[in-house]
Ligand binder design. Structure first.
Ligand code: KG4
Ligand code: ZN
Length: 344
């Protein structure tokens, strides 16, 4: 019988301080997330300096809780995986330096993980991957269609040319004076409203799998300003429903076209916006009668966590990837380049 593999994973790229222990790449032994949302709410978004400070305060507490819950010690850990990028540099640095210090002190292998690879691999904690697969990545910083032909390899076939989907949600929510992060609030309001306003859909050139959400965001803001000038009352629920209908229409249509064109076996949905009820339902309906398996993580694995970093880290570990003691935070780490890294 082969020995079980335990990976300790650390994630501090944005506003969650998170650690997890993953067994054999697919099983969550413990998964702890300390959210800072309450501290950033009053500023209407993440304040990088505050995020870094919270990570410094929280990281040892979160790590202790992760080991306590797992009933394991660091000596039983095979490797340490950490989000290396993309993200806020000061926030990433806390995780990277913690991982380096632990790995150095205990002489454990160190593995740098791409945050988006983590979001995609959150799905492998539930279902084994079947290739080729397509991942729709929709988070606060990214909107991408990623084709995977094998583990650890990522080909971006479409991406946003301006705002990410989550960013559009957050900006529209802000305009409607909803708290940060706005995505879940719009999602909730959309359920109660009617799609009565015809907001634009950015299809871009024929055949393109790219996205654009900044025009939609401007259309919502203009609509609100015009209504205000005319003393016309618009219901927030209807704005939310109409905005969400436009986002989902474009995301689902392009994803479906790409999934068929590349003849994929699975469609994976990843990132914070994968928590959106409207998107989950629209994708479920669209793929219901297709020979393509749809994987969407449960809500707590859609938003930032370290379990997903451990899942992606296990693949990198088994493919022989090792970071050196010079591992650094890389706020602009490229997903395709990350996938092409040679093993050491
Ligand atoms: O993946 P994530 O946790 O962080 C990044 O890596 O960016 O994504 C956060 C984003 C935020 O923009 C948030 O508003 C959005 O995900 N979000 C949602 C929902 N829940 C979170 N957007 C729409 N509907 C939701 N239910
Ligand atoms: Zn994320």
């Amino acid at each position: 019988m082969t020995k079980d593999e335990y990976i300790l994973a650390i994630e501090t790229s944005c506003d969650e301080t998170a650690a997890a222990i993953i067994k054999n790449g697919v099983e969550i032994v413990s998964n702890v997330v300390a959210s800072q949302i309450e501290s950033h709410k009053r500023f209407g978004g993440v304040v990088p300096e505050i995020a870094s400070r919270h990570h410094v305060e929280q990281i040892t507490v979160v790590l202790e809780e992760t080991f306590d819950k797992a009933g394991l010690t660091i000596d039983e850990i095979d490797a340490i995986a950490v989000t290396e990028g993309p993200g806020l540099v000061g926030a990433l640095l806390v995780g990277v330096n913690t991982a380096k210090a632990l790995a150095f002190a205990k002489q454990k292998p160190l593995i740098g993980v791409h945050h988006i690879a983590g979001h995609i691999y959150a799905n492998r904690l539930l279902t084994e991957f079947a290739f080729p697969l397509l991942a729709l990545v929709v988070s606060g910083g990214h909107t991408e269609l990623v084709l995977m032909r094998e583990h650890g390899s990522f080909e971006i076939i479409g991406e946003t040319r301006d705002d990410a989907a989550g960013e559009a949600y957050d900006k529209v929510a802000r305009t409607l004076q909803l708290p940060y992060p706005g995505g879940p609030h719009i999602d909730r309001l959309a359920k109660e409203g009617n799609e009565s306003i015809a907001f634009p859909r950015a299809w871009l050139e024929e055949g393109s799998y790219d996205f654009s959400f900044s025009g939609l965001k401007s259309a919502v803001i203009n609509k609100l300003h015009n209504a205000e000038q005319r003393n016309e009352v618009l219901k927030n629920e209807d704005i939310a429903a109409s905005f969400q209908a436009s986002v989902i229409d474009v995301l689902v249509t392009k994803t479906y076209r790409a999934a068929k064109a590349y003849d994929v076996k699975q469609l994976i949905v990843a990132g914070g916006v994968a928590a959106n009820q409207g998107l989950r339902k629209a994708l479920t309906d669209k793929f219901e009668n297709e020979p393509i398996e749809l994987l969407i993580p449960p809500l707590h694995l859609c938003t930032d966590n370290a379990a997903m970093i451990g899942a992606a880290g296990s693949i990198a570990y088994n493919q022989g990837h090792r970071a050196g003691w010079d591992l650094n935070a890389n706020p602009a780490l490229d997903l395709e380049q990350y996938g092409k890294r040679s093993t050491t």
